[in-house]
Ligand binder design. Structure first.
Ligand code: JCQ
Length: 221
C-alpha cells in the first residue's frame, strides 16, 4: 500500500512511524509511506499556507491553492483522500479493515485554524478518532496509519493475526497470564494450569463476555 501524508508539521511524524511494526512494514516494502510538507506547494518567499478569513473574525484559514496543487500532484483516480477532523465519522476497526484494502491513501492533516471550505471538494472521507479536539490532524493520521498497517497482508506474523481474529468479533480480550504461577500472592487461575483445553476455552469466552458487559456494554448491542 502507498500512503502520503500532507501536513504543516512533518517533524511530528518521526518516531511513531519509524519504530515497531510500521517500521518493519516499510522496510519490507509492504508500506510505502511518505510525509509531505504542505509548504512545498507554495510559490511565495514566505511559503504562505494561510490567510485571514473573509467576513472577519479571529484566527487564520488554510488557503485552497497549496492544498489543491498538492492533492493534484499526489492523487490519482485510485487515491482515497482522507481528512482528519472531530466532525468526521468515528474511526473503527471495521473502517481500518476497509482502508487496508485500498491501493493509495492520502491524509490531509487540518487544524483548528480552519480551512477554506472549497478544500472539502477534494476529500472522499472525513474521519474522527474520537470526541475530543486536538491541535492538528497529525496524531489522528498516525493512529489510522498504525491501525491500517498492521492489517496489511504480510505485516503481522501468523500467530498474531490468528489472535486478532479471536477478538475482533466484538468482545474484549480475556485476561492473560505468564510465569510465575504465583507472584506476590497473586495466583494464576487454576483452570489455565489444568491442561484442559475445552475448559480453558470456556473460561476465556466467559471472561471476554463478562469484561465486555462490565466495561463496554455498548459493544454487545
Ligand atoms: C480528529 N478527533 C479529534 C482539529 C479541526 C481539519 O479540521 C480540524 C482538524 C483537527 C484535528 O483533528 C482532531 C480530531 N479526531 O482534533 C480541528
Amino acid at each position: 500500500m502507498k500512503i502520503d501524508v500532507l501536513t504543516l508539521f512533518p517533524e511530528m511524524f518521526t518516531g511513531p512511524l519509524d519504530v515497531s511494526m510500521v517500521a518493519r512494514a516499510r522496510k519490507a516494502g509492504l508500506l510505502d509511506l511518505q510525509i509531505r510538507n504542505l509548504r512545498d506547494w507554495t510559490h511565495d518567499r514566505h511559503k504562505t499556507v494561510d490567510d485571514r478569513p473573509f467576513g472577519g473574525g479571529p484566527g487564520m484559514v488554510l488557503k485552497p491553492e497549496p492544498v489543491f496543487e498538492a492533492v493534484e500532484a499526489l492523487a490519482s483516480e485510485k487515491t482515497r483522500v482522507l481528512m482528519m477532523a472531530p466532525t468526521g465519522r468515528v474511526f473503527t476497526q471495521a473502517m481500518a479493515r476497509e482502508l487496508a484494502g485500498e491501493e493509495h491513501l492520502l491524509f490531509l492533516c487540518g487544524s483548528y485554524e480552519g480551512f477554506d471550505e472549497r478544500i472539502r471538494t477534494l476529500i472522499d472521507d472525513e474521519l474522527s478518532i474520537g470526541d475530543y479536539v486536538l491541535t492538528n490532524g497529525g496524531l489522528p493520521a498516525m493512529v489510522i496509519i498504525d491501525a491500517v498497517t498492521r492489517l496489511l497482508p504480510g505485516v503481522l506474523g501468523h500467530d498474531e493475526s490468528a489472535h486478532d481474529e479471536s477478538f475482533s468479533h466484538g468482545l474484549l480480550e480475556y485476561p492473560h497470564y505468564t510465569r510465575p504461577a504465583e507472584f506476590r500472592e497473586m495466583k494464576v487461575p487454576d483452570v489455565l494450569l489444568s491442561g484442559n483445553h475445552a475448559e480453558i476455552e470456556k473460561w476465556r469466552r466467559e471472561q471476554s463476555k463478562r469484561r465486555t458487559e462490565e466495561r463496554r456494554p455498548d459493544l454487545l448491542e
